[in-house]
Design a protein around this ligand. Structure first.
Ligand code: PBG
Length: 322
């Protein structure tokens, strides 16, 4: 029954046919937009290494969240860039910290928008690492309490989902315990479960001013060649109480996403990170490729590999086009 009876081109002939047999679709509901929040007021400043991305002060971030909600995007994830940093990352769990104020303002103004917060210390520590230091190393167990208190302060401010991105062992359990002990049983955990030590975070570290002062994050983030280990990380986070799992970055890790889709029954998110976004934008600016098409193709590949949700800086532009 092969050629000439079987002709694969038959169903590709017209736009209508192609669309009828399309196996994967991108929907607005799949998208989560990351937002950077800075101190001050009236601020909307461009991030040079991420064309089209801005850092907003709390007053302006509410306007941006409204624009996003009006586009049909269901959720935003907040990253805070505080003015003051110290060794313990004290700003991370300050009830009046930058993320807490932003979360409160957005949750009040837009009750149906889902507010997700990134839980990590790296934006708040003067050394730029994701946890407390003991000498030159990040002390896993001492960091857990700081992370749990940070997550609790986000929940108190109105976050519906907290997303730990630090890669300490045991942090999902520590956060779940702290939330439950304080009456936040309904706040969900989206675990950055398989987060790799990636070169693709470069532009984010500019935007969030969170590059480590010394060393790198290889002591806690995963080694890119490891596939089985990613499944172990995800399994452990589920056992500790994660409601959803994330793979990060996305494009260079589609095999991990596909593995996770086969292995687990929970909602899966993928983070299309800053470098993945900016390289398409940069090539587009040079006229080397059609950035709009490339962006859509990248995002649909992430969905096809098994992601239910995609965190992407392109969420608003894609939602406008859908
Ligand atoms: C914080 C964090 C990072 C990103 C999300 N949360 C940076 C890092 O681990 O260095 C990266 C996001 C991006 O590149 O878009 N730990």
């Amino acid at each position: 029954m092969s050629f000439p009876t079987t002709r694969m081109r038959r169903l590709r002939r017209t736009g209508t046919l192609r669309s009828m047999v399309r196996e994967t679709r991108l929907a607005r509901e799949d998208l989560i937009l990351p937002l950077f929040v800075v101190e001050g007021s009236g601020i909307r400043e461009a991030v040079p290494s991420m064309p089209g991305v801005h850092r907003h002060s709390v007053d302006r971030v509410v306007d941006e969240a409204k624009r996003v909600a009006d586009l049909g995007i269901p959720a935003v994830i907040l990253f805070g860039i505080p003015d003051e940093k110290d060794a313990r990352g004290s700003g991370a769990d300050d009830p009046d910290g930058i993320v807490q104020r932003a979360a409160r303002a957005i949750a009040e103004a837009l009750p149906s928008l889902c507010v997700i917060t990134d839980v990590c210390l790296c934006e708040y520590t003067d050394h730029g690492h994701c946890g407390l230091l003991s000498g030159q190393a990040v002390d896993n167990d001492a960091t857990l309490e700081r992370l749990a208190r940070t997550a609790l302060s986000h929940a108190r401010a109105g976050a519906s989902i907290v997303a730990p991105s630090d890669m300490m062992d045991g942090r999902v359990a520590a956060i779940r315990r702290e939330l439950d002990a304080n009456g936040f049983e309904e706040v969900a955990i989206l675990a950055y479960a398989a987060k790799f030590a990636s070169a693709f975070y470069g532009p984010f570290r500019d935007a969030a001013e969170s590059a480590p002062e010394f060393g790198d994050r290889r002591g806690y983030q995963m080694d890119p060649p490891n596939r089985r280990e990613a499944l172990r990380e995800m399994q452990l986070d589920l056992e500790e109480g994660a409601d959803m799992l994330m793979v990060k970055p996305a494009l260079a890790y589609l095999d991990i996403l596909a593995d996770a889709r086969r292995e687990f029954r929970v909602p899966l998110a993928a983070y299309h990170v800053s470098g993945e976004y900016s390289m398409i934008k940069a090539a587009g600016e040079r006229g080397w490729l059609d950035a709009d098409r490339a962006m859509e193709e990248a995002l649909i590949s992430i969905k096809r590999a098994g992601a239910d949700l995609i965190l992407t800086y392109a969420a608003a532009e894609i939602a406008e086009r859908l």
